[in-house]
Write a protein that binds this ligand. Structure first.
Ligand code: GDP
Length: 228
């Protein structure tokens, strides 16, 4: 959980991206019970199917296929965790949560996915930041609002989140600014930003934010003279 009294140090965009480039697959789990016990800070990605979540994760980590694209919905119904940091020294995890609202899925499966996602978001200790992805052209949908309502208690306790308005390259500059203003008004307690994987919009800024969330969530490191 975020420690609101701690200010994370600054990091450059390239350094933050370098850190994300260390991402490697850790584990996949169909539910909360089978996840590893909480350890390093977890930074989660959620969004409607097709919002651009896999593309966003793959762009941030500069891996072509770390997260699976939504054309294979059967593979996106689990929680996937990726480890970050030098080998043997995981300092944060990325959590790719099941996409919601995928039309071509039977209702029972849909309900199960949503339950898995909701359980993770509400109950998982160590969740230290949330990226909600939403297509910039469509803005927040009813399901996105339901998700933000679900998160409201944790956000009120200081958990940071950002709404990433994806595929911003499909909007003109003016349309993008308008979508951003509306999103900022509607994302109660969080922040919003424009993001485009194809044009590189917001990529460094989001990487910096993830790095800062992970650092702010870690217990303070002792000053060097205090080392036992
Ligand atoms: P997911 O279901 O949320 O994981 O969505 P995907 O990452 O699979 O993306 C859904 C579709 O949107 C794919 O066809 C992507 O190529 C496309 N897409 C994702 N990000 C961008 C972007 O920044 N710009 C554009 N133009 N298309 C994108």
């Amino acid at each position: 959980m975020q420690n609101p009294t701690r200010r994370a140090p600054e990091v450059s965009g390239p350094d933050a991206l370098g850190w994300l480039h260390t991402a490697r697959f850790l584990t996949t789990s169909p539910d909360l019970q089978h996840l590893p016990p909480p350890g390093p800070p977890e930074l989660a990605f959620v969004g409607r199917s097709n919002a651009g979540k896999s593309t966003c994760i793959n762009t941030l980590t500069q891996h072509r296929r770390l997260a699976f694209a939504s054309r294979t919905p059967g593979r996106t119904q689990d929680i996937n965790l990726f480890a970050l940091g030098r080998q043997g020294q995981t300092d944060a995890l990325l959590a790719d949560l099941p996409g919601y609202g995928y039309a071509a899925v039977p209702k029972t499966a849909k309900v199960r996915w949503q339950q898995v996602m909701a359980n993770y978001l509400v109950q998982r200790p160590g969740l230290s930041g949330l990226v909600v992805l939403c297509d910039a052209r469509h803005g927040l949908t009813e399901l996105d609002h339901a998700l933000l309502d679900l998160m409201a208690p944790r956000v009120a306790q200081g958990m940071p989140f950002v709404l990433a308005l994806t595929k911003a390259d499909k909007l003109s500059r003016a349309e993008g600014q308008r979508a951003l203003s509306i999103a900022k008004l509607n994302c109660g307690g969080g922040d919003a930003m424009l993001f485009s994987a194809t044009r590189g919009v917001g990529v460094e800024a989001l990487a910096q934010r993830l790095w800062q969330w992970s650092r702010a969530a870690r217990p303070a490191e002792p000053a060097s003279h205090e080392v036992a």
